[in-house]
Design a protein around this ligand. Structure first.
Ligand code: SF4
Length: 224
């Protein structure tokens, strides 16, 4: 882990500086609350952020809290979600999650990773998004974009197809103790805008000096 220790301060600084000018704006990044983050993460499954951006405001207006979602009629919810696709399953996910939270936590979204992971359909990524973005508890968010960045940056140390558990450990080590919300957004957005699947834009990347993939001359990779 020496490799990570020696680069982590530079990587954090580079990302936080880049974030000041480059973060994307989305409705769920404004008026942040545990509920809005949870809704956004379910909506973002299997679709694009642009599609979710169009639906999100009217969705949270129609279903403003866990109680409204738990009491929703499946047919109405499906109809509301139809424009995103995957709507039957998405409606089921919303209802199962909301009813569980109503029953076990009286509509309050819990604040610990253990409790969050106990809720149906919530995995590590969504739990960490709720903790770090809404509750202000440091937690590294690791999705496909972040896996791609970390395995490229530490290519000399992390073999291809590194298990997600190991990538999560590296992400936890890299994550700062403050400004972690901005840092999490920066990693997600770097993955979407710069360190993209296929051909990354390494020349304009704020952390290229600390990236194995770039310094090794961009070898072939089967990345995520
Ligand atoms: S230098 Fe290239 S591969 Fe490395 S993190 Fe930046 S964009 Fe990704």
């Amino acid at each position: 882990m020496q490799e990570i220790e020696s680069r982590k301060t530079h990587i954090r600084k580079g990302l936080l500086k880049w974030a000041k000018r480059n973060l994307r704006t989305f409705p769920w990044r404004q008026d942040v609350s545990p509920y809005r983050i949870l809704v956004a993460e379910v909506l973002l499954k299997r679709t694009t952020s642009t599609a979710v951006e169009r639906l999100f405001p009217s969705f949270v207006q129609a279903y403003p809290d866990i109680s409204a979602l738990a009491g929703a009629r499946k047919k109405d919810l499906r109809q509301k979600l139809v424009q995103l696709g995957y709507h039957k399953k998405r409606a089921e996910i919303f209802i199962e999650m909301a009813r569980y939270i109503m029953k076990k936590y009286h509509g309050r979204i819990p604040k610990t990773q253990e409790e969050l992971l106990d809720i149906p359909h919530i995995g590590d990524y969504t739990a960490n998004a709720i903790l770090s973005l809404a509750y202000g508890i440091p937690a590294a968010m690791v999705d496909c974009n972040v896996i791609r960045i970390i395995t490229r940056v530490f290519l000399k140390r992390l073999p291809e197809k590194t298990p997600q558990k190991i990538v999560q450990e590296v992400a936890d080590l890299l994550s700062p103790k403050k400004d972690y919300q901005c840092y999490n957004y920066a990693l997600l957005d770097l993955g979407a805008l710069v360190c993209r699947s296929g051909t990354p834009k390494c020349k304009i990347c704020p952390i290229n000096r600390y990236c194995d993939y770039y310094t090794l001359g961009k070898p072939m990779m089967n990345d995520c």
